[in-house]
Ligand binder design. Structure first.
Ligand SMILES: NC(=O)c1ccc[n+]([C@@H]2O[C@H](COP(=O)([O-])OP(=O)(O)OC[C@H]3O[C@@H](n4cnc5c(N)ncnc54)[C@H](OP(=O)(O)O)[C@@H]3O)[C@@H](O)[C@H]2O)c1
Length: 268
């Protein structure tokens, strides 16, 4: 439900990777242009959320938090019965709130926090299953969806707001860093494409060092920076400018916002 950035990325990647046949994936949305791209992959397109939910075993809510209540009202009692699993990727909104809006008391709701890495099969998704999911195969279903879009892990729901700031928002911050690398490269006469390659390759390398080796972050910084060298000079200035502390505060603000979203009326 919701063919936006994350909903479209999830649906298209699942089909392109043959996790589910295109005919088994039904996407609803409001924007014809966005839906057309999914239709081109053979994905079923629906206009009516209620009918789509009635026809589905698993319903993924991927509208903006402010549109969640409107969507749920639209769905009526289509998800209420215990044959349906609902997965919500909406930031900040608790399982209990979704259950109330959907009149779904059975606890077959999973709160998920993916990130846009799913677009290239390198997402990280945190999953918090509702109470009844543990007695069923629901966790396996969610893992089938999100582990095929990158990596996923199961968490207590209390961890989802922190993980929203730490992981859900993170691609934007890393992209902003990449932007600074690229524009600096261009300023020094390097072509944009090369700047993109340099930024991307550096991020891949750091990702692999973090995921595939036991080096600590301190080790990784030490590999590059020697006292009196270029990296050290840059790092000292970054410290003086408060760059690291500003970045920490940036992530904390995103986490705080996730809590705020859960207390707003999300369109009720
Ligand atoms: N983007 C991310 O990186 C990311 C990561 C993790 C979680 N999330 C969560 O994912 C959700 C969606 O985010 P997004 O970035 O994908 O937003 P988005 O691009 O704005 O997508 C939301 C889509 O839902 C559609 N929509 C709204 N109400 C609808 C309704 N009643 N029926 C059918 N479609 C409806 C919107 O249509 P219109 O275009 O007509 O408004 C829009 O296309 C949010 O709750 C967000 O917190 C996003």
């Amino acid at each position: 439900m919701g063919a936006g950035k994350i909903g479209s990325a999830i649906a298209s990647r699942l089909v392109q990777k043959n996790v589910f046949p295109a005919k088994d994936v039904l996407v609803t949305g409001r924007c014809e242009e966005k839906l057309e791209k999914l239709r081109a992959l053979g994905i079923e397109i629906g206009r009516d959320n209620k009918t789509a939910a009635e026809e589905s075993d698993v319903v993924v809510i991927s509208v903006k938090p402010k549109d969640v209540a409107g969507l749920c009202t639209n769905l009526g009692d289509a998800c209420a019965d215990s044959s349906k699993l609902v997965i919500s990727v909406a930031a900040g909104i608790k399982i209990s709130a979704i259950a109330g809006l959907l009149q779904k008391p059975d606890g077959r709701i999973i709160r998920a926090m993916p990130n846009i890495g799913v677009l290239v099969g390198e997402g990280f998704t945190a999953l918090a299953p509702g109470t009844d999911c543990l007695n069923r195969d629901d966790a396996l279903v969610a893992a089938k969806i999100f582990c095929n879009l990158g990596t996923c892990g199961f968490y207590d729901e209390r961890m989802i707001n922190p993980l929203t700031g730490i992981s859900g928002s993170m691609p934007a911050y890393l992209a902003a860093f990449a932007g600074v690398i690229i524009s600096t490269a261009i300023r020094h006469g390097i072509r944009r494409n090369e700047g993109r390659t340099i930024a991307g390759q550096n991020m891949v390398a750091m990702g692999k060092l973090l995921l595939e080796t036991d080096y600590s972050v301190r080790d990784m910084i030490r590999f590059v920076g020697t006292k009196g060298g270029t990296t050290h000079a840059g790092k000292e200035l970054a410290k003086k400018l408060g760059l690291f502390s500003a970045f920490r505060q940036t992530i904390e603000r995103a986490i705080e916002r996730a809590y705020e979203l859960g207390h707003e009326d999300y369109g009720k």
